[in-house]
Design a protein. Structure first.
Length: 129
C-alpha cells in the first residue's frame, strides 16, 4: 500500500483545499485518492505520471471526470513527490483549465517540497473518507 502524506500549513494544504470544493467534486477526488492508497506501486497507474522539464522531480495525479450538471469535463491535478522511503507527499492541488502549462503550480509545489524536507511535520499522514 502507498502511504500518502498531505502537505498542510496554517494557510494552505490538501485538506483545506478539499474542504472548499463542491461535495460532488470532493467525492470524486476522495475516491481517486482512496484508490491510490490501496495500490502497491504508483509506477503502473496511468493517471499518475512523472513530470518533465521545469517540473522534473514532481509527479502529477490526474483526476478527470464529467460534471453531469454542466455537461463539461472537470480536470484536477495534484502535484507531489515520492520520498526515499516510498511515501507519496501530496503538495499542490489545483483545477486545470486549458493548456499544459504548469509553471506556477510547479513553483508552488517545489516551495512546499522544500518546506517538507526542512520540517517533516508539514506533511502528516493523509486522512480520506
Amino acid at each position: 500500500m502507498v502511504a500518502l502524506r498531505c502537505y498542510e500549513s496554517k494557510t494552505a494544504g490538501i485538506h483545506r483545499w478539499l474542504n472548499i470544493q463542491p461535495p460532488v467534486y470532493r467525492a470524486e477526488i476522495d475516491s481517486v485518492l482512496e484508490l491510490l492508497q490501496a495500490t502497491t506501486n504508483l509506477r503502473w497507474i496511468e493517471w499518475v505520471k512523472p513530470l518533465r522539464g521545469k517540473c522534473k522531480g514532481l509527479t502529477e495525479i490526474k483526476i478527470d471526470f464529467d460534471d453531469d450538471e454542466s455537461d463539461t469535463k472537470i480536470h484536477f491535478r495534484i502535484l507531489g513527490y515520492q520520498t526515499r522511503n516510498g511515501e507519496f507527499v501530496l503538495l499542490f492541488p489545483f483545477r486545470k483549465f486549458g493548456g499544459p502549462e504548469y509553471g506556477p503550480a510547479c513553483r508552488s509545489a517545489f516551495g512546499r517540497m522544500r518546506g517538507v524536507e526542512r520540517d517533516g511535520q508539514r506533511a502528516q499522514p493523509c486522512r480520506f473518507p
